[in-house]
Structure formats: C-alpha cells, structure tokens
Design a binder for this molecule. Structure first.
Ligand code: AMP
Ligand code: GLY
Length: 426
C-alpha cells in the first residue's frame, strides 16, 4: 500500500511513524512534510491547503490512499475532490468536516439530537450579542467564532468589558475574517478536560485510548492558549464508567446524528470533552486527529493502521477488532521562545542524529516545525519538536520524555515542566 499523507506537523509525523510500522505499507509520501518527516517519507512541496496541487500530486504518485490529516483541507473539501478523481482517502468529506468547520452547525446538531454540551445562543449582530451578555450577567462568558481560527477563536471573558471587546473584535473588527462573522456565546463549564479520538466509518464508532492536552503556554496553565504544549495517554481521569457514559450519550449519538443528516463522518473524529459535575459534555468536535494528541495515542495502537484505514474506507469497521498496548505515553513539546506570539526561526537544533532522532532512542522525536539545512536541523515553526516516550506507567513515560528533552537544545527553547502533573495528582 502506497500512501500520501497531507500535512507537515508533529501529528503527521506520528501518522507516518505508525504507517511505517504496518506490514502492508509500501511507499510513504508526504506533502509538504518537514525536515524530520523527510527522513521517514518522501516529501513534496505542495501546501496542505492547495487542493488542485494535491490532486495533481496524487495523479503523479498514484498512491493507494491519500490520508488528509489537517482541518483546513478537510473543511475545504480535499477528500471530495480526491474521491471524484477516483482516489481512496482517509478523512471526512466537507459535509461532515463541517462538524469542526462551523461551531454554529455543531452546536445546533447537539441541540437537535440531545447531545450534552454547554447551553448557547448564536449571533451575527454585535448589539444583540452585547444585550444578551448584559442580560445574562454571568462570568466567565465563553465567546467563540463560528469558523476555523487556528485554535484562537475562543475567548473566555472574565467580565463585561472583556466580553464586549471580544464580541466587537469578532463581529465588527473582523479579527477572524469570515470565520468570525457569526459567533456562539455559551455557558462556562468546569471540570477536567479529556480528548477522545475515535475511528469511525460513518456507522460504527471505535474510540481510541483517551488523552489529555496541555493548551496553555506556561506551567500551571498560565499564559496564552497554544495548539498544545504536551499530551499524555491514557487520561487517568477518564474512567471506564466515564467511557461508558460518553459512548452512550455522546459518541454513538453523534455518529447516528451525522448519518441521519446525510453527512456520514468517515475518518478520525476528535471529541473534546469536559467532565463537569453534571456529567460529560462536548466542548468541541474536530474533524481530525489532535496535534499533539496523535503523538501519544498512535504509539499505543497495536492494530495495523493500514487495516483500520481500509476498514473505514470500505465501511467495515464493525468487523475489525482494534487493540491497544497497555502502558502510557507522554509527549513534551519543545517550542520556539515567544510562541504562540512572535518567535524566530532558522535556529540550529542540537542533540539530534542524522535521522532527527536521539542516538540512544530513549524517546521518539516527532518533528513539528523543522527544516533541513544540509545535515543540520533548523527550527521552522512555533512548535518545533514533540519528544515522546512510552513506558509501563505515566510517571516512567514522563521521566523518559523529560530526560530526552534535556539532551536536545536550541536557542531560547521553551517547554512546560509540568506535563502530566495534574493527571498524576488527581
Ligand atoms: P475550543 O477551541 O472550543 O476547544 O476551546 C478552547 C478551550 O477553551 C477549551 O479546551 C476549553 O479549555 C475552553 N473552553 C471552551 N469552551 C468552554 C466552555 N463552554 N466552558 C469552559 N471552558 C471552555
Ligand atoms: N490539540 C488540540 C487540537 O488538535 O485541536
């Protein structure tokens, strides 16, 4: 099986690593890929959002499958275009990817089908939104723009002024362009967060091992929201009881609702959940693997990923038993100093061998934002590396990952020192 993977971050590196372990895999291609990925897959300089360019590349390479990993091309309909041209794919079509592409869509789907989530209202008019905020007079208030916004379209306002500023920046200031022309104002929920990625062929849903992201830039959940500074799997707060509750009240109803709406979801569906005092509720859906959740979930997958891709494409997921390793996995993101705001690139990364790995192989180094300069790896993004280790238990996995982090360096590298701390203490 030759597979073309679309994307170029740590998550794509994790998908490629898992594919490379398949007994069925032939050639692995990636577009655009990055410095570290180029050691595991042949990379082509086509942007993940360039639909026509990707179709052209697929026509040239003739892969058996195209694995579309990031949200933008999925929401833009890359899978639809590839299917039209006769390519087999992994990932939802645009009419299902809308589950991430539009919060107004996903909230109304949950309301219609009784799937637990925060109560909400939607607005296109700033005056009406502000009147609603004043009438509610309840803070924090959660204000979200409808469309994709690189994870930055959610503002948790602590008081009336912050809420008004958020509404104005989205609906009048156009801070998020078209993505912010409609907004959702929702109830603030409390409780620990859990990510559950699930394989689904549109009919059957098979949840993967749970995980926990660490979204804020600094220790103790301080600083700005980022794409994710580290992850652990499984999430110890997600008990068997919670998993059963989520399966019955959230996972199965979501898949059935999408099927009923004529929008069968095929691929990986990301459930961002909050375990509130009133039960598990959906914070958000994403139409793809999480980044960096994939980096800790895929290393625990025992079943051949190529078999799963085929079962989903052929809608035979009910026939496949998906197995997982016991044990735990931890990923610590090494980011450029300044991320998620301004940061430099082009800095030399020290401590990696010619494959972009650690010579002693104590951890796997997923490359998120790197490029090659001859033999050297240089930083090329905000999140640079995802240093990842598996072990019998979480503490050991974290120790291994942090030990590996201490062997890698670049100027002003920033990483959180408390990944997994909350999970271990609760
Ligand atoms: P989202 O992009 O929707 O996942 O939101 C980003 C982060 O904001 C989430 O991971 C939560 O930590 C937080 N968040 C979003 N919605 C809510 C809510 N209704 N109540 C509390 N926190 C929220
Ligand atoms: N790590 C959060 C996300 O992938 O959306």
């Amino acid at each position: 099986m030759d597979i073309l993977v679309v994307g170029g971050g740590g998550r794509e590196h994790a998908v490629i690593k898992a594919l490379s372990q398949s007994s069925k895999i032939g050639k692995i291609y990636c577009a655009p890929g990055n410095g570290g990925i180029s050691k595991y897959a042949e990379c082509f300089p086509v942007k993940a959002t360039d639909i026509d360019g990707m179709v052209e590349l697929a026509e040239k390479l003739k892969p058996d499958y195209v694995f579309v990993t990031p949200d933008d091309p999925l929401v833009m309909g890359m899978v639809d275009k590839l299917n039209e041209k006769g390519f087999r794919t992994f990932g939802p079509r645009a009419n299902a990817a809308i589950l991430e592409g539009s919060k107004v869509f996903s909230k109304s789907l949950m309301k219609k089908y009784g799937i637990p989530t925060a109560g909400y209202e939607t607005f296109t008019d700033a005056e009406k939104a502000i009147a609603y905020i004043k009438a509610q007079n309840s803070y924090p208030a959660v204000i979200k723009c409808d469309g994709l916004a690189l994870g930055k379209g959610v503002i948790i306002a602590q008081n009336e002024q912050e809420a008004i500023d958020a509404v104005n920046s989205m609906l009048i200031g156009g801070k998020f362009g078209k993505s912010g022309s409609e907004i959702v104002i929702e109830e603030f929920m409390t409780g620990p967060e859990v990510t559950v990625l699930a394989f689904t062929d549109g009919k059957t849903v098979k949840p993967m091992v749970s995980s926990m992201d660490h979204k804020r830039a600094y220790d103790d959940d301080k600083g700005l929201n980022t794409g994710g500074m580290g992850t652990i799997a499984p999430n110890p707060l997600y008990t068997k009881e919670k998993a059963d509750e989520c399966m019955e009240k959230i996972f199965k109803p979501t898949i059935a609702a999408m099927q009923k709406e004529g929008r069968p979801f095929k691929g990986c569906l990301y459930f961002g959940l909050m375990l509130t005092p009133n039960g598990a509720k959906v914070v958000e859906y994403n139409c793809r693997f999480g980044d960096p959740e994939a980096q800790v979930v895929l290393p625990l997958l025992k079943t051949d990923l190529v078999d799963i891709i085929e079962a989903i494409y052929e809608e035979k997921l009910d026939k496949l038993d998906i197995e997982w390793y016991n044990g735990a996995c931890a990923c610590v993101i090494m980011a450029s100093g300044g991320y998620p705001e301004k940061y430099p690139t082009g800095l030399e990364i020290k401590g990696l061998d010619e494959k972009g790995q650690l010579a002693d192989e104590k951890a796997f180094v997923y490359h998120a934002g790197t490029k090659l300069d001859g033999e050297k790896f240089l930083t090329a993004g905000g999140r640079v590396l995802g240093v990842t280790a598996t072990a019998d238990d979480l503490q050991k996995a974290l120790d291994k990952a942090y030990d590996a982090v201490s062997e890698i360096s670049f100027e002003n590298a920033h990483f959180r020192r408390d990944i997994g701390k909350r999970a271990l203490s609760e």
